[in-house]
Design a protein around this ligand. Structure first.
Ligand SMILES: [Zn+2]
Ligand SMILES: [Zn+2]
Length: 226
């Protein structure tokens, strides 16, 4: 029995298996092979939440934290949106990052005249790419805003992954620093995959503020309930 005995279905299965061999990714929404994710499918996962205060998760503007900036998340960190984060973070699916960024940019319209600054990858991370930077690049492809990657973790900071939410909130204010002095007077939008406690976004924003820059907001694929 040959492949052609199976007719069109056999040819389709063979073609898809062949593609999968060399392009093992598939769209997390429709399952289409050979793509990290269809932009249309991924855009359907983005239902931007109301702007929140990154310090406490209350609606923005926050009556408690008057220095806060608006944090807009594409959705809650649950279901398929959470799976997408796990895929890009822990299953080496780097190509998904740009698609996530394009999907976010298709739905979020608030921030246009600013530079996109990704939250830095921790120094000890085994990942050979920064998913936040890939998301920023995807946003940049739609909005046209440049990506500027100048934030870095202080060398003695431990990874945030193993920390509890309480430990994360106790991070020193200077946990992140700017590698450039060319920040003063410019507007920045922080970009990350997920905001869990807001602590990482906040040490990033403090680094920018110390260098004389302005943080106009933050955008993440998902947000956990604080
Ligand atoms: Zn799809
Ligand atoms: Zn607040």
């Amino acid at each position: 029995m040959t492949l052609f005995s199976y007719g069109c279905a056999g040819v389709r299965i063979f073609r898809e298996s062949f593609i999968h061999l060399f392009f093992p990714n598939s769209c997390p929404v429709c399952g289409k092979l050979g793509t990290a994710g269809c932009v249309t499918c991924m855009t359907s996962l983005v239902i931007p939440l109301i702007a929140k205060c990154p310090f406490c998760g209350r609606p923005y503007p926050c009556s408690v934290h008057r220095c806060a900036y608006p944090l807009i998340a594409g959705n809650l960190h649950e279901g398929i949106n959470r799976k997408v984060v796990l895929e890009v973070k822990y299953r080496n699916n780097a190509s998904l990052g740009r698609v996530m960024g394009k999907a976010l940019a298709n739905k979020v319209k608030e921030f246009k005249n600013c530079l996109l600054v990704p939250v830095p990858l921790h120094r000890k991370s085994r990942r050979n790419y920064n998913q936040a930077e890939l998301i920023a690049q995807g946003i940049s492809e739609i909005w046209g805003n440049p990506v500027v990657d100048f934030l870095t973790w202080r060398s003695d900071m431990k990874s945030q992954i193993s920390k509890t939410p309480i430990e994360r909130r106790k991070m020193p204010e200077n946990a992140v620093k700017c590698r450039t002095s060319n920040v003063k007077g410019k507007n920045f939008l922080l970009v990350d995959d997920v905001s869990t406690t807001g602590s990482t976004l906040n040490v990033c924003s403090k680094a920018i503020l110390r260098s004389g820059g302005r943080v106009v907001g933050a955008i993440t694929w998902t947000i956990s309930a604080y």
